[in-house]
Write a protein that binds this ligand. Structure first.
Ligand SMILES: C[S@@+](CC[C@H](N)C(=O)[O-])C[C@H]1O[C@@H](n2cnc3c(N)ncnc32)[C@H](O)[C@@H]1O
Length: 358
C-alpha cells in the first residue's frame, strides 16, 4: 500500500500528524497518521488505492508548516545479503526518476545508518542507472527517495521538484559565512531559500532596498541584508558587530522594537525577537496591515503545548488584520531546519489596500 513519508524536527511528529490529518480531511481523502515521538518521521497512510499520490498532488507542500520533506511510496523488508534487488524491483513499479536521494531520519539512530547508506550509495546508483529507473537527463522527472529506517526496512518513494523541498530530508547545506557575526545568520538565509524562488532573488532582495531588522544584535540577520547591498535599520538595545557598522549600510537604533515605526515604507521587515508568539504575530500584523513594509520574515517561538494550534491562531491573527485593511498578501509559515522550538513566517504584500492611519 502506498503512503506518504514526512520528515520533521524530532519532537514535532505530533504537529505534522495533526496538520496532515486536518488537510487530508479538508481534501476529503481518508487517511491516518502513524507517528512515534522523537523519530523525526510521520507516516500518513491512505487505505484506498491511489489516494496517497492524489493527496500529495492536492497539497501544496509549501503550505505544510512542520514537514521538512516528503515522498510517496511504500515499505520493503530487505534481506541483509541483497538489499539492492528488492529496491530495483520496487523502482520498476514506480515512475522513472531523475536522481537518487538516500535518506535516513534526522536523529541519532538515523545518523547511525550513515555507514550503510554510504556503502550502498554507489552500487545502487549504478544499478538504477543501468536499469534506467534513474535517468539524470530527465530533469522534470521526480526524485527517487530511498529511506533507511534500518538495514532491513527501507521506504522507496518519489517526490516532485515543484512540490517538495529541494534538499534530501529537507536539510539545506548552508555554511555560516566567515564574517557573519552570529550563527543565526543561517536562519534568514534558509528562510529566503524557502520563501523566495531563486529566480526572484535579484528582484526581491535587490541592492539599494531598505530593511528594518528588529532585535538585530549582534547582526547575523543584518549581515544577510547588508550582503544583498540593502540599507538596514538595526533596532536593538544590544551592541551590533563593528564590521557591520563599518559597512556604512547600517543605522543602529537603540530602541524597543515593539515601539519602532519606520519613517516611510521599507522593502523588508525582519524580526528575531524572542517573545510570546501572540506578541510576535501582533507585531507582524501591525507592520503588514499598516503598510510599513512590503515583505516580512519573523520567528514565532513556540510554547511547549498546543504548538500547531498556536501557530494557526498567529496566522489567523495576521490574516484578519490584512483582511480588515483590505490588503491581499501571501502568508507562509515553515519550521526551517535551523528553527528549534519555533517556526518562521513570511508575508508578502501583493495588493495594497486602504492602509490604516499609523
Ligand atoms: C535571538 S537575538 C537576535 C539575533 C540576531 N537575529 C542575529 O542574527 O544576530 C534576539 C535579540 O532581540 C533583542 N530584543 C529583545 N527584546 C527586544 C525588544 N523589545 N526590542 C528590540 N530588541 C529586542 C535582544 O537584545 C537580542 O539581541
Amino acid at each position: 500500500m502506498q503512503e506518504l513519508l514526512l520528515h520533521c524536527r524530532a519532537g514535532f511528529e505530533g504537529e505534522v500528524a495533526a496538520e496532515m490529518q486536518d488537510i487530508a480531511a479538508m481534501q476529503g481523502i481518508a487517511g491516518y497518521a502513524i507517528a512515534s515521538a522523537n523519530t523525526a518521521l510521520v507516516r500518513f497512510v491512505c487505505p484506498a488505492e491511489g489516494d496517497a499520490e492524489l493527496l500529495m498532488r492536492q497539497i501544496d507542500f509549501s503550505q505544510l508548516i512542520f514537514a521538512r520533506q516528503w515522498a510517496v511510496g511504500s515499505w520493503l523488508d530487505v534481506p541483509p545479503g541483497d538489499r539492492i534487488s528488492p529496491i530495483i524491483t520496487a523502482c520498476s513499479k514506480g515512475p522513472i526518476a531523475s536522481t537518487l536521494w538516500l535518506e535516513t531520519a534526522d536523529t541519532n539512530d538515523g545518523k547511525a545508518m550513515a555507514a550503510l547508506t554510504k556503502k550502498l550509495g554507489r552500487p545502487l546508483e549504478t544499478a538504477l542507472t543501468k536499469t534506467r529507473f534513474v535517468r539524470p537527463a530527465k530533469s522534470d522527472a521526480p526524485r527517487l527517495h530511498v529511506f533507511f529506517e534500518s538495514g532491513e526496512r527501507i521506504f522507496v518513494g518519489w517526490s516532485w521538484a515543484d512540490n517538495a523541498a529541494p534538499w534530501p530530508m529537507g536539510i539545506p547545506r548552508l555554511k555560516v559565512p566567515r564574517d557573519a557575526p552570529s550563527r543565526s545568520t543561517l536562519k534568514l538565509e534558509e528562510a529566503w531559500h524557502h520563501f523566495i524562488p531563486r529566480d526572484e532573488w535579484d528582484a526581491r532582495l535587490a541592492p539599494g532596498m531598505t530593511a528594518v531588522d528588529l532585535g538585530a544584535a549582534p547582526g547575523g540577520w543584518t549581515w544577510q541584508l547588508v550582503n544583498r547591498h540593502m540599507k538596514v535599520t538595526a533596532v536593538d538595545n544590544g551592541p551590533m558587530a563593528r564590521s557591520l557598522m563599518d559597512s556604512g549600510q547600517v543605522e543602529h537604533v537603540e530602541a524597543d522594537g515593539y515601539l519602532f515605526k519606520p519613517k516611510k515604507q521599507v522593502n523588508w521587515m525582519v524580526c528575531d525577537i524572542v517573545d510570546k508568539p501572540a506578541r510576535s504575530s501582533a507585531l507582524l500584523a501591525r507592520w503588514v496591515s499598516r503598510g510599513w513594509c512590503r515583505e516580512a520574515i519573523i520567528n514565532f517561538k513556540l510554547p511547549m503545548k498546543q504548538r500547531y494550534q498556536e501557530v494557526l491562531s498567529c496566522l489567523e491573527h495576521v490574516q484578519s488584520a490584512l483582511d480588515e485593511a483590505d490588503i491581499t498578501a501571501s502568508i507562509a509559515c515553515k519550521q526551517l531546519y535551523t528553527d528549534r522550538e519555533e517556526v518562521t513566517c513570511h508575508v508578502r504584500i501583493l495588493r495594497a489596500g486602504s492602509y490604516r492611519a499609523a
